[in-house]
Design a protein around this ligand. Structure first.
Ligand SMILES: *Cc1c(COP(=O)(O)O)cnc(C)c1O
Length: 388
């Protein structure tokens, strides 16, 4: 039957991984040993003590009922404690912390609280697709802020037209950045706060990768910068830090008024995160953090294989200071999509075309450090055997 789809579905951009998934499936069917650097999903398991906590908490009948909408008090105070020890940021667990069913859920629902029909959201490009799509689902208009290498992949706030800036209700930013691997400076965050105050814009900072810094680099929280809490919130996730992508647990922190509006939307849509998972989240945040350091070390070792290997193949990739993504420029004369297809067909390597994250991502492919260093060694050897 011809069921008419809603405009918001018709407006969806093509699914980023569709073409790649098809090609990948074909190659696997042909028996090719495919190396997947395409998806940002950690390959290693969740640390043991977190799993044990879930098992124990799942046995407790008190956890079998509806959770609280805003999250368990214990989980939220554990988040506040973690912010204090990690970033020296003070948060009121009741008013400034909200539990999310993964940060994607939160980011996708957030615009419903502050974006009306025709309102503008400022969204980086290239970027995690959810900022734009969630804005569109809420009826808003996206104004894209290009992230260019010449600006260290930070948006140039001065190039946002004045009338757009005045009308912008929300600005999404994300550092350490997916897909570029770029990091923010304190100075940049200060400019963002000044912009927000001048234009009465809410800042929504996606901080999913603050715990993935390398060689001693410790990414900062937006909320560390004076004035940040007056204008914004920060989204956080246990997914990448603790290899917990499948568990669906995240949180939003920051300005109490914004958190409250956001919480009103959520309480009308979902009924909170499973308490046993929040208990496991408490264990993740409060117990010994050596698992985080171990993961950083594993990614550093992988980078030490991938970057020199790509350089030897003639690709000008640079090691990111944070995130598990390498934003690799494509060879001259090739587009992102062409190079992604060549890598797949000629080397059996899945990568993501930069243009899939937005037009300014053209000229790059994204590689995720989600396979072992031995497999990465195999990958770079295959690339070195291509004629680039
Ligand atoms: C992975 C990722 C997330 C989503 O994390 P979940 O908490 O698993 O939903 C959010 N933002 C960015 C930029 C990501 O790469």
């Amino acid at each position: 039957m011809p069921f008419e789809q809603a405009e918001r579905l018709k407006k969806l951009p093509p699914y980023l991984f569709q073409e790649i998934d098809r090609l990948k499936a074909e190659l696997i069917a042909e028996g090719v040993d495919v190396i997947n650097l395409g998806v940002g999903d950690p390959d290693l398991p969740t640390p043991r003590h977190i799993i044990e906590k879930l098992k124990e908490a799942a046995e407790d009948p008190a956890n079998h009922q509806y959770p609280s909408y805003s999250g368990m008090n214990r989980f939220r105070s554990s988040v506040a404690d973690w912010y204090r020890s990690r970033f020296q940021v003070d948060l009121n667990p009741e008013r400034e912390v909200l539990t999310l069913i993964g940060s994607k859920e939160g980011i996708a629902h957030f615009p419903l609280a502050y974006i009306d029909q025709g309102d503008i959201a400022l969204v980086p490009s290239p970027a995690y697709p959810v900022y734009h799509i969630a804005t569109m689902f809420a009826g808003g208009q996206t104004h894209f802020m290009p992230l260019l290498e010449e600006n260290d992949f930070l948006p140039d706030l001065n190039s946002i037209p004045r009338d757009v800036a005045k009308k912008a209700k929300v600005m999404f930013i994300n550092y350490p950045n997916n897909p570029t691997g770029a990091v923010a400076t304190q100075e940049f965050f200060q400019k963002v706060i000044a912009f927000a105050k001048e234009n009465n814009t809410i800042i929504a900072h996606d901080a999913a990768y603050t715990e993935m810094g390398f060689h001693g680099y410790r990414p900062m929280s937006f909320l560390e910068v004076p004035g940040a809490k007056d204008v914004g919130i920060e989204f956080h996730s246990l997914s990448k830090t603790y290899n917990m992508t499948g568990w669906r647990l995240g949180f939003a922190v920051g300005n109490a008024e914004i958190i409250s509006g956001f919480g009103q939307i959520k309480s009308n849509i979902d009924s909170g995160a499973f308490n046993a998972i929040q208990e496991a989240g408490i264990a993740a945040l409060e117990d010994d953090q050596s698992c985080v350091k171990e993961m950083q070390k594993i990614y550093e070792e992988r980078l030490d294989v991938l970057i020199p290997g790509l350089n030897k193949a003639g690709l000008q990739a640079r090691a990111p200071k944070a995130t598990f993504y390498v934003w690799c420029p494509v060879p001259k004369g090739s587009t992102s999509k062409e190079f992604t297809s060549r890598l797949l067909k000629e080397a059996g390597i899945v990568t993501t075309p930069g243009s899939g994250f937005g037009d300014p991502g053209e000229g790059y492919v994204r590689m995720a450090l989600t396979v072992s260093k031995e497999r990465l060694q195999e990958a770079v050897e295959r690339i070195q055997n291509m004629s680039l």
